[in-house]
Design a protein around this ligand. Structure first.
Ligand SMILES: [Fe+2]
Ligand SMILES: [Fe+2]
Length: 139
């Protein structure tokens, strides 16, 4: 694996992070009622995590000599809370997989700091997935 492939992979992750920030902000606006109030708090908290991930990826891509994307990954809009959360769970699990793959590439390239930080982001996304799974259980 080359540095260029790592930059490409991290840029896909960055696009996914921008997309998630927009998705959670949109979904918070579409959340009503008592469950909606709880969801808005969770979306607000998770958005802060995703913003941290996006800022980290932006810095790292520049440090690696790449150009960080500012294009968010598109998503399917829904007004149904259950459908929203199911999509979010699917996307979080995909993010976990991507970060695990990209941590491996960072490791192969001998970049221990990046490997560990990307693994940490995989763990953050797995935590988000766990929270979403618990919410879905109650629906
Ligand atoms: Fe994230
Ligand atoms: Fe996440």
């Amino acid at each position: 694996m080359s540095k260029e492939e790592l930059i490409k992979g991290l840029n896909e992750d960055l696009s996914a992070e921008w997309g998630t920030i927009i998705r959670y902000t949109y979904q918070a606006g579409r959340s009503f009622g008592i469950l909606g109030a709880e969801l808005r708090e969770i979306f607000a908290r998770e958005t802060q995590d995703e913003l941290g991930h996006a800022a980290f990826l932006t810095d790292v891509i520049i440090d690696l000599g790449g150009e960080p994307t500012t294009m968010p990954q598109q998503f399917e809009k829904s007004q149904d809370l259950k459908a929203m959360l199911e999509l979010d769970l699917k996307m979080e699990l995909e993010d976990v997989q991507h970060y695990i793959e990209h941590a491996k590439i960072a490791d192969e390239l001998g970049n221990v700091e990046l490997k560990m930080k990307v693994e940490e982001m995989a763990a953050d996304e797995a935590g988000h997935a766990r929270e979403l799974r618990r919410l879905l259980k109650g629906l």
